[in-house]
Every structure is written in C-alpha cells, then in structure tokens.
Design a protein around this ligand. Structure first.
Ligand SMILES: Nc1ncnc2c1ncn2[C@@H]1O[C@H](COP(=O)(O)OP(=O)(O)OP(=O)(O)O)[C@@H](O)[C@H]1O
Ligand SMILES: [Mg+2]
Length: 363
C-alpha cells in the first residue's frame, strides 16, 4: 500500500515568551532550554520538529512530562502559533488559512479526544456524541441517527439517554470516542486520551481503538507518556525529549536499534516478545511440517505461546530466541500474508531478518 502524508511538521519551533522571534536565532544556534530560560526568560517548547504523519496510521508522540507533546499536537489545529516552521495538512500550510478556512478545517478535518473526556454534563450521551454535527447545523434526526450508530460501535448501545455522570470513566471516554467518530473527520487528535483510566479499562480502550482502526483507517495522532501504550498503538512512534525529537520510526525498529542512550534506557525493561512482530523475523522456508498458520502481524509472544505454550510467561529471563529454540516446532504464514513461511526451532533458528518483499500472486 502506498502511503500518503496527511500532516507534515517541518522545521517547527515554538518558544513561549513575549519576544519569541528575537530569541529564535539563539535556539537555532543550539542554545538549550535551561540557558534560554535563565538568560532570556523564554521557555523552549519545541525545537526543529520534522515529522510526517501518514494517512490511515496511528502516529504516537511519546515523552516525559514537559517534553512538548501537548504543544506539538496543539499546533496541528493552530491552537498554538509556531515561532517558526511549517504545518501542512493535506498539503496545505495551515498558517496561510483565513479565519473561515481555519474554522472549516477544525470542524471538518479534525476531532479531539480529551484526557478528561470534556463531556457536557447537562446533555445526554446521545447529545454529547452528536455535538459536532449539531455545530455543523445538521437536522436533529440525522445527527442522532449518526451518533446512535457510533455509540453502538463503541459498545454504548442502550445508554443514549443517560447523562455523563451516570457512566464510569471508561464509558465516558467511549462517548468521547463516539463523539470524535460521529464528526466524521479524517484526523483524530488524542492527547493522553486514556491516561485517566484504570489500567484494565485503559487496555480495553486501546483494544477498542485498534479494532476500530482496522476498519476506519483514520489518521490518529496519539499522545502518551506511557511506553507500553505507545508501543502497542503506534504505526509510527515519535519520541520527544526537552522539545526535540530524539528518535522516530516504526516501534520495532526503535526497540531493536535505539540511537540514543535516553531511548536505550526507556526501552530496557520492555518485553520485546510483546512488541516484535512475526513479520520482522520471518524468512522463507520451503519444506517441513507445519503446526499451523500465524499472522505476519502477530507478536512473538503469541507465536511463542502457540509454538509451545509453556515458554513465554514462564521464562521471563530468556530472550525469545532461546525460548523458541527449546520448542522445535513449525509455523506457517497464510498465503495472504506474503506467502513466506516461518520455521521455529533449533534446526533453523529465527533470525532478525526483514521479511522478503511480497511476490505478486501466481495466476
Ligand atoms: N503557555 C505556555 N507558556 C509558557 N510555557 C509553556 C506554555 N505551555 C507549555 N509551556 C512549556 O513548554 C514545555 C512543554 O509543555 P507541554 O505541555 O507541551 O508538555 P507535555 O509533554 O504535554 O507535558 P505533560 O505530559 O505534563 O502534559 C514545558 O516546559 C512547559 O512548561
Ligand atoms: Mg501534555
């Protein structure tokens, strides 16, 4: 599938303070956040951000508190004006939009899901979900039909006439997601959308988002400070530190090749088998017996479990290669996933090879 860039940030700088443009040259010359604050009383928000966000993908921006995540996402709909740089949405520089065009873009192209849900307490679940269509002036019946459909999709069928206070946090955030989906925008901005939820509910919401995304293929920009969440959701992961991008790419690539001690530190405790996908390690195999099919997108943990059952959770100290070597079994990829086969086990240990380019199907 060819990728289309939906949002580009190019050479984006943000400095907070009265005279941001005048101190910009210092920042461009390399002045750090602390020095800028002490000598010029300005706060460095973002430094030379270059990120391409692809259509239909989840771009996750991750970093510690104060690293600039919210500042970055707020530039996309110009809630914050950059000090320097370009913000392109569908190829159009949002800095050149008139007030009317900007309002149109915010209404039609982008929706937001907030950490604190931001539902209107005196409106019903249905009215909350329909809000964007209400603002657009659609007839009530049409609004409500659309909102009802999306509420059902997020598992809230039957709750239309409840009020937000009658729902749990997880359910309220489902309303937040239904509201964003009802607006029918291509781009969803989610700033710490699941951070206020209990861990189990949070996992549910991540699963829901991934499940919806398989079909909807929205362009999602998801902000989090949680590495597990970032690795689970991201097609493209951008790691911020002190307002600058330290590394970006496919999560698996970052995990396998951290380019910075800061990232190495971050990923050191991660269970790689949970993040690495079969497609990153598969290689062609022409003969042998096969225990069953696996999906190229399955993670190694599920593959290891399928290959022997007793390895992955039981031997947490072992790398996945060692674990799989104990279980000489075979697995095979379905034809649909590129017709490569994967052999597990000691005769042909897994290696970290890129998958072969998919072949055209035989006629
Ligand atoms: N309006 C503002 N005026 C001055 N400084 C600001 C302003 N907004 C943000 N900052 C500063 O910019 C930096 C980045 O803030 P930002 O809110 O983007 O971080 P964040 O990564 O979203 O953090 P968190 O995880 O806590 O939400 C911080 O140093 C913050 O203090
Ligand atoms: Mg923030």
């Amino acid at each position: 599938m060819t990728q289309t860039t939906k949002v580009s940030l190019r050479g984006l700088y943000k400095i907070f303070g009265n005279d941001d443009k005048s101190v910009l040259p210092h920042v461009k010359a390399g002045m750090g956040k602390e020095e800028l604050l002490t000598t010029h009383k300005h706060v460095l928000g973002l430094r030379d951000i270059n990120v391409e966000m692809q259509s239909g993908e989840i771009t996750v921006v991750m970093g510690l508190s104060g690293s600039g995540k919210s500042t970055l996402i707020r530039h996309l709909n110009r809630l914050i004006e950059p000090t320097d740089g370009e913000i392109l949405v569908d190829g159009v520089d949002v800095m050149n939009l008139s007030t009317t065009d900007l309002r149109q873009m915010r209404q039609n192209k982008m929706s937001m899901v907030f950490q604190k849900f931001a539902l209107l307490p005196h409106r019903t679940v249905l009215q909350n979900a329909a809000m964007a269509l209400d603002i657009k002036g659609l007839p009530t019946e049409e609004q409500e039909q659309e909102a009802k459909n999306w509420l059902a999709r997020v598992g809230l069928g039957g709750f239309e006439n409840h009020y937000p206070a009658q729902l749990s946090g997880g359910m309220q955030q489902r309303v937040g997601i239904a509201r964003a989906l009802t607006s029918n925008s291509d781009i969803m901005l989610m700033d710490e959308a699941f951070s206020a939820l209990d861990p189990l509910i949070r996992t549910d919401m991540q699963d829901l988002l991934l499940e919806l995304q398989v079909e909807l293929k929205k362009t999602i920009i998801f902000i989090t400070h949680d590495l597990d969440e970032a690795l689970k959701l991201a097609d493209h992961l951008v790691i911020l530190k002190d307002g600058a991008v330290v590394q970006q790419g496919e999560p698996q690539g970052i995990l396998m090749n951290p380019t910075d001690p800061y990232i190495e530190d971050f990923v050191s405790d991660i269970n790689r088998a949970r993040v690495l996908r079969v497609r990153s390690v598969m290689q062609p195999l022409s003969e042998g017996q096969f225990a069953g099919d696996v999906q190229a997108n399955d993670n190694l943990e599920s593959l290891i479990a399928a290959s022997g059952g007793d390895t992955a959770p039981a031997l947490p100290g072992l790398g996945w290669q060692q674990q799989t070597r104990r279980h000489p079994r075979y697995a095979r990829f379905g034809q649909s996933s590129g017709a490569a086969r994967l052999q597990l086990g000691s005769r042909h240990p897994l290696s970290l090879k890129r998958p072969p380019a998919p072949q055209a199907p035989a006629r």
